[in-house]
Ligand binder design. Structure first.
Ligand code: CUA
Length: 357
């Protein structure tokens, strides 16, 4: 039996243990991905090529760690019980003192080396398999830039810029694959792109371009997190991948490519004026308008998003109002300043931003 067969066997065994252990728990492992806000997605429920490939080594590592844990704690418990003081009269005799043991030292050097060697081989095989996966011609290309604390998302071939929510197509029903190839960059510090059900973690490193890919097998909302501590709001640097059928994705592309309409409703018109009169334009961009800021998220299609503040809250008029009144109330330490807006200005801005669809 070679390493590969052994790893398959170990994986199956551990899956059995986990399945038995999960008996009676809510059927989380098989439920569709939840659109809840901050939940960390279930790594044991993959929905895309790379996540499926890393599941088996994950089981193997867990199984080996479990084995080591049981052996070490088992020996410890055995020794603690066997050599305990049985009664107050029990003489505390010192056991015979020996110096070294060739066999024991050889065993505890060679066995861990072999264990590590097997895990390195299995991991390396999976890493190569994921990194060298051929991308078909029609693969969707996107570019993600990490910022403290949000995600900038570009679709260079489609002329779309968005933030924090990545729409991608699934394959077609006739079996045509449509993976998404993602290049990862950082505007400031190291972040890490992690959507557990779609792929493993890949860091976004300043002055470096990294790559990953995803290929969701079915439509759904897949929650992700920044997985590298990057400052105060690291935990609220959330992202979501919205996998859509090819038809729904094409529809989304059409919507995103349309320039935002100029509002006619008086309150929204007032909000639009406020947006350009206040400093909003210094940080935010709205396509086909004088707003050209790039420090904050692109707001061209803000009203088509599910969340605001990089996933910190669902996008509703109420949360948007709270966000504009004081961003730190939702995301303490974030770089969007409290603009000291009056309630009238906030109402107007909310009305305007809600027209950006
Ligand atoms: Cu970005 Cu942690």
């Amino acid at each position: 039996m070679d390493c590969l067969q052994a790893s398959h066997l170990c994986g199956s065994f551990l899956r059995l243990i986990l399945a038995v252990g999960a008996w009676g728990l809510p059927a989380q492992a098989v439920s569709p991905p939840s659109p809840a806000l901050t939940k960390v997605a279930n790594i044991f429920n993959p929905h895309s090529g790379p996540a499926e490939l890393i599941l088996e080594p994950t089981y193997l590592v867990l199984l080996v760690s479990l084995g080591i844990f049981l052996i070490v704690t088992g020996l410890l418990v055995y020794i603690v019980i066997k050599f305990r003081q049985r009664s107050p009269e029990d003489p505390l005799t010192e056991p015979p003192q020996i110096y070294g043991s060739y066999n024991i030292e050889l065993a505890w050097t060679v066995i861990p080396c072999l264990v590590v060697f097997v895990l390195v081989l299995v991991s390396a095989r999976t890493i190569v398999e994921i990194q060298d996966a051929p991308m078909p011609e029609n693969a969707l290309k996107i570019r993600v830039v990490g910022h403290q604390w949000w995600w900038e998302v570009h679709y260079p071939d489609l002329g779309i810029v968005t933030a924090n929510e990545i729409h991608v197509p699934t394959g077609s029903e006739d079996g045509t694959r449509r993976p998404t190839h993602i290049t990862l960059e950082s505007a400031d510090v190291i972040h890490s792109f992690w959507v557990p059900q779609l792929a493993g973690k890949t860091d976004l490193v300043p002055n470096r371009i990294n790559h990953t890919w995803i290929e969701p097998v079915s439509p759904g909302v897949f929650l992700g997190n920044c997985a590298e501590y990057c400052g105060t709001q690291h935990a609220n640097m959330l992202l979501r991948v919205i996998a859509q059928s090819p038809e729904d994705f094409a529809q989304w592309v059409v919507t995103q490519q349309k320039a935002p309409s100029i509002p006619t409703e008086p309150l929204a018109t007032q909000g639009r004026r406020n947006f350009y009169a206040l400093s909003c334009v210094n940080c935010h961009k709205i396509e086909s308008t004088p707003a050209e800021g790039v420090f904050g998220p692109d707001l061209t299609k803000f009203a088509t998003r599910q969340t605001l503040g990089s996933g910190v809250a669902p996008r509703t008029p109420e949360t948007l109002r709270a966000w504009l009144a004081n961003p730190a109330s939702l995301k303490p330490g974030c770089y969007m300043p409290d603009m000291q807006l009056s309630p009238q200005q906030i109402d107007a801005l909310v009305a305007y931003l809600e027209t950006l669809n």
